[in-house]
Ligand binder design. Structure first.
Ligand code: HEC
Ligand code: HEC
Length: 219
């Protein structure tokens, strides 16, 4: 082989190896777990991070990486508690938390959950889009973005999220099992919602299409 050809084949070998080596590594825990007792995340969060709505297992795909990482930390240090997820979060070290968060953010939002936009005159839709100002309740979309797509690393996407999961989180803030989070915003908001409000607003967001949802590239 001429020196030039060798060089070219070396370069192409290097490039082949570099076709997203990060993604392959990043996928390991999500798909297989690790040898220290961490189960494969996909067994509950779905093969593509789409979640298992009927079980209240949230979708992770397309959520912002910093947000996901912060939640794993909160689940580890007790700021947030869930009987299923807390023991799992505790098996991950800091590097693994960062890697798995990057992996799920990088998947982008699962396309095609919910084709049509739900009707906008239900109680849930009005709470989401207009809020309830006499009660000092801002519209959910003011923070969570139009159509619940999520904004940056602070405001997670809600569109197409499991309604059971959304309800569980709102109740967790009411009951104090999830830390108030940035500026205590969600604790205050949840405290103003009735059981019916929670059900209706969760139903609305879970029915929103996900095709445009992605916070992964936002700061
Ligand atoms: C046995 C089922 C199960 C497995 C396996 C599992 N999870 Fe979870 N996960 C849950 C449940 C249930 C919740 C919701 C907790 C709650 O309601 O507060 C959750 C919530 C989360 C959240 C919070 C999402 C948000 O929007 O705030 C993150 C992040 C997460 N899991 C990451 C992971 C990672 C990473 C793995 C793999 C290492 C994993 N999970 C494996 C059940 C599971
Ligand atoms: C003033 C800003 C603001 C408004 C308005 C707001 N939120 Fe939030 N929401 C947040 C922040 C910040 C977080 C992240 C909390 C954390 O980091 O723990 C959040 C998180 C959530 C989560 C958790 C999602 C997950 O993946 O774990 C749910 C569910 C939620 N909000 C529902 C709502 C609903 C429903 C409304 C309207 C009734 C609403 N929010 C209005 C700021 C807001």
């Amino acid at each position: 082989m001429s020196p030039n050809l060798t060089l070219i084949s070396l370069i192409s070998l290097a490039l082949t190896g570099m076709i997203n080596p990060a993604l392959a590594d990043d996928a390991t825990i999500a798909l297989h777990g690790n040898d220290r007792g961490t189960p494969a995340c996909m067994s509950c969060h779905g093969a593509h991070g789409e979640g298992m709505p009927a079980n209240g297992f949230p979708r992770l795909a397309g959520q912002n990486a910093d947000y996901l990482q912060a939640q794993l930390v909160a689940l580890t240090n007790g700021q947030r508690f869930n009987a299923m997820m807390t023991p799992i979060a505790k098996t991950l070290n800091a590097d693994e938390r960062a890697t798995v968060a990057r992996y799920y953010a990088g998947l982008g939002s699962p396309a095609g959950i919910n084709a049509a936009v739900p009707e906008t005159n239900s109680v849930g839709a009005r709470l989401a889009i207009q809020g309830r100002w006499p009660q000092g309740l801002p519209a959910c979309i003011q923070c969570h973005g139009a159509m619940g797509v999520g904004v940056g690393s602070t405001f997670p996407a809600l569109a197409g999220q499991s309604s059971i999961y959304i309800e569980n989180q709102l109740r967790a803030w009411q009951q104090g099992t999830r830390a108030p989070g940035p500026l205590g915003l969600m604790k205050v908001i949840a405290s103003k919602l009735s059981a019916t409000d929670i059900h209706d607003v969760a139903t609305y967001f879970s029915a929103l299409p996900t095709s445009t949802v992605s916070t992964r590239n936002q700061p």
